[in-house]
Design a protein around this ligand. Sequence first.
Ligand code: 3PG
Length: 391
Amino acid sequence: SDLCDQGKAQGQRVFIRADLNVPLNDAGDITEDTRVRASVPCIEMALEAGAAVMVTSHLGRPTEGQFQPGDSLAPVAKRLSELLGRDVPVVADWVDGVQVAPGQVVLLENCRVNVGEKKNQEALARKLAALCDIFVNDAFGTAHRAEGTTYGIAQYAPVACAGPLLSAEIDALQKALAAPAQPLVAIVAGSKVSTKLTILEALSHKVDQLIVGGGIANTFMLAAGLKIGKSLAEPDLVPQARAVIDAMAARGAQVPIPTDVVVAKTFAADAPATIKAATDVADDDLILDIGPETAARLAGQLKAAGTIVWNGPVGVFEFAAFENGTRTLAQAIAQSPAFSIAGGGDTLAAIAKYGIEDQVGYISTGGGAFLEVLEGKKLPAFEILEKRANG
Ligand code: 3PG
């Protein structure tokens, strides 16, 4: 991509929508900066072309019209200025006009605080479009959202196109999924079945093994008739979990249910951990990881896979006593000859923790967007750019 194939960004106002929605700790420090690093090539491209560069992103899910200090992109600006080797000022209240000179870059404060952003109101979209000559969407992680800065601005900006990260992500995922080497093994883990039900259902028709973890696995354990004590689960969704298991079984594919688990009585880093058979979970137990027998069995399946898709840690890997499952699977993915594709914030954090970045075939900056591409859905923020490109 050369910024809209114009090659004419010199002196132009370029508005870049990036996804700089990164995890921050209580002190306000970025704990995982993949998205910030991934945003740099597009910004450098615009700067090198001599554009006046505006970059924005959402951070978290703030209340519209009510900016709070914790909503600020200031920590991102700091990291970005280190990576770019230049000052990156943060601009507040920017919807009605932005001062930026050619060859300079500013970071426009959290765009989701603007009234009308989430619902993509036309009045806001037209104002956003009026800020620029060229709109570049490079926010793969937010491409499943049709909001003011991901969709509306693309409708009305004089020129609108995809940035290098957005293009590369979509290309890479589509290529990897077009004809994946078999067997295809997916890991879908996380706290809730409800947020990942559509991906579980979509994958149940495609993959040979659907490995579940976290609260999702607990709901599947209930569906398999096991007791899970006071573990996190969604009993209402047991019928849906059952349907996924049955759909897989009908095709000779499997959802491997844990045969052993690591439990504790409280959710805490120092809570004593006990390994138990999956059939022995007590009423006051909390399942916080898969057990070593299950982890070893799943690792074997990952090593025999042709393609691996990974979204979500299988246990509370932030706590040393409950990280064995996630570490074992991460190491198996690293050692497997399979082409592996990983996405999601917690997954990126696990990849960084176990130092397997170089052994994963493709690391996506998307969470929800990554899952939607896996499901075969079209991403609205990309579709509008295609529409613009086709006149
Ligand atoms: C993400 O982290 O998945 C993206 O930044 C989108 O965030 P959202 O789910 O709040 O829209």
